[in-house]
Design a protein around this ligand. Structure first.
Ligand SMILES: Cc1cc2nc3c(=O)[nH]c(=O)nc-3n(C[C@H](O)[C@H](O)[C@H](O)COP(=O)(O)OP(=O)(O)OC[C@H]3O[C@@H](n4cnc5c(N)ncnc54)[C@H](O)[C@@H]3O)c2cc1C
Length: 403
């Protein structure tokens, strides 16, 4: 008899889970809270060989996946180059990966506008409970409902996201809007600015509609800024005085908050990055949190992706990690009945995923200059520069898996 799975959350983690289970004969339905199709506002994603292999395993293609960059280049405050390291990678956008995987889900198996509240389970089935009163019974429930997961909140109510002490400002600039000198110094590679106390990474991604033609691409700008709790609380308050919870929707960010960030950028950043930000669409910020659940399974219910663990974005692995979780889960379910398979999945994945989170914290600490050595105020002489360049957005050996 075909086994039935309900996947809660239809972002990239949920799509990988649905597709990789579907490939193994599961009858899968995805429930997504958003009422309209998801869009990632073009956010950039660094891809890895491991992710490529999992995209193919899920039924997708890596053709025209993104923009190839051959090396990493770090700049000083005055815009000059302080380091170059070869590191070929393809950088893409969240939308590109999501839309490709979304198109592979069979008609009627991706339901928008259904918010999951929690679950119940008995001996041989589990049930997903939804805010609209619906109940969905299945052999397996997968919680891929993100870092504020309702499934995790029930499984591990004690787990709370931990604020890192910094936010990330993100923006996208159209290639056509950037002056030739800025294009020449930034577009061909993965760029970094690595003084202590702040950090920029940036790279080219496709333009709207996955347009990879020169002149039609965009620059993905990522800027980490330490922000104390009180200042963050003010930044999370909108123009009507409403204080948002853990993060604030980009359109609700107050104009004066954006203006202050732009003023800081003009004062603090290498000129090419300051220009990119100036010519970008309205930037927005996200506070950086992390967490890891102590276990990824409860009976017939599994956690995967950001619901199971959020590592800080320095490791650039959120999407790859979610895909690996899905693959490990689907494989474990080939071997054993659901509850045993989920226990094996949790024992297999949780320790490695926790290590990825630790690694992302180490990279965060290096950015803040927590280690010994002379602080670098302008991107020169940073003793951790080489480590940061070669470990940022790179899958560590221990996190590799055969696919
Ligand atoms: C600044 C930044 C840079 C990043 N850079 C990279 C990078 O370079 N490479 C990389 O791989 N990753 C990167 N990431 C991380 C990546 O975006 C996520 O890790 C990845 O999208 C994980 O996906 P997910 O599906 O597990 O969770 P999410 O993408 O958070 O999706 C959760 C989904 O569940 C839905 N949902 C929530 N609650 C419910 C509910 N109650 N019922 C039903 N549905 C629900 C949500 O609407 C959403 O669609 C970055 C993140 C940030 C913030």
């Amino acid at each position: 008899m075909t086994r039935k799975a309900i996947v809660c959350g239809g972002s990239i983690g949920g799509l990988f889970a649905a597709l990789l289970l579907g490939k193994r004969g599961w009858d899968v339905t995805v429930l997504e809270r958003n009422a309209v199709e998801l869009s990632g506002r073009g956010a950039g994603i660094v891809t890895h060989d491991l992710l490529d292999r999992l995209i193919v395993a899920a039924g997708g293609t890596t053709e025209a996946l993104g923009v190839a960059v051959a090396e990493r280049v770090a700049f000083a405050r005055d815009g000059s180059v302080v380091a170059r390291r070869p590191l070929p990678q393809v950088v893409t956008s969240w939308d590109r990966v999501h839309s490709m995987l979304r198109a592979l889900i069979p008609e009627g198996r991706y339901r928008l506008g259904i918010a999951v509240q929690g679950y119940r389970q008995g001996g041989d089935a589990a049930e997903v409970l939804c805010e609209n009163g619906q109940r969905h019974e299945a052999d397996l429930v997968v919680g891929t409902d993100g870092f504020r997961s309702a499934i995790r909140a029930q499984m591990h109510p004690q787990v709370q996201p931990v604020y890192s002490g910094y936010v990330v400002w993100r923006a996208l600039a159209a290639e056509a809007d950037l002056p030739p000198d800025v294009l020449a110094s930034t577009f061909p590679h993965f760029g970094l600015y690595l003084p202590h106390g702040t950090q920029i990474i940036g790279y080219p991604i496709a333009g709207p509609g996955n347009d990879l033609r020169a002149g039609h691409r965009r620059y993905n700008f990522v800027w980490y800024v330490p922000t104390a709790g009180e200042a963050l609380s003010d930044m999370l308050t909108d123009a009507a005085g409403t204080r948002h919870g853990l993060s604030i929707p980009p359109p609700a960010i107050r104009d004066d908050v954006v203006r202050a960030a732009m003023d800081d950028a003009a004062r603090m950043l290498p000129p090419q990055f300051a220009t990119i930000l100036e010519r970008s669409e309205r930037p927005f910020f996200t506070p950086i949190y992390d967490h890891v659940a102590p276990g990824f399974a409860d009976g017939r219910v599994a956690l995967a992706g950001d619901a199971a663990c959020v590592a800080r974005p320095h490791v650039g692995m959120g999407v790859t990690k979610a895909a690996c979780d899905a693959e490990a889960l689907a494989r474990a379910l080939e071997r054993d009945p659901v509850p045993q398979a989920l226990m094996a999945y949790s024992a297999d994945r949780q320790p490695g995923v926790a290590r990825v989170m630790d690694l992302s914290r180490q990279l965060g600490a290096m950015m803040l200059g927590a280690g010994p050595g002379v602080p670098s105020p302008d991107g020169r002489g940073n003793p951790d520069l080489d480590h940061i360049i070669t470990h940022t957005a790179v899958v560590p050996d221990f996190a590799q898996m055969p696919v």
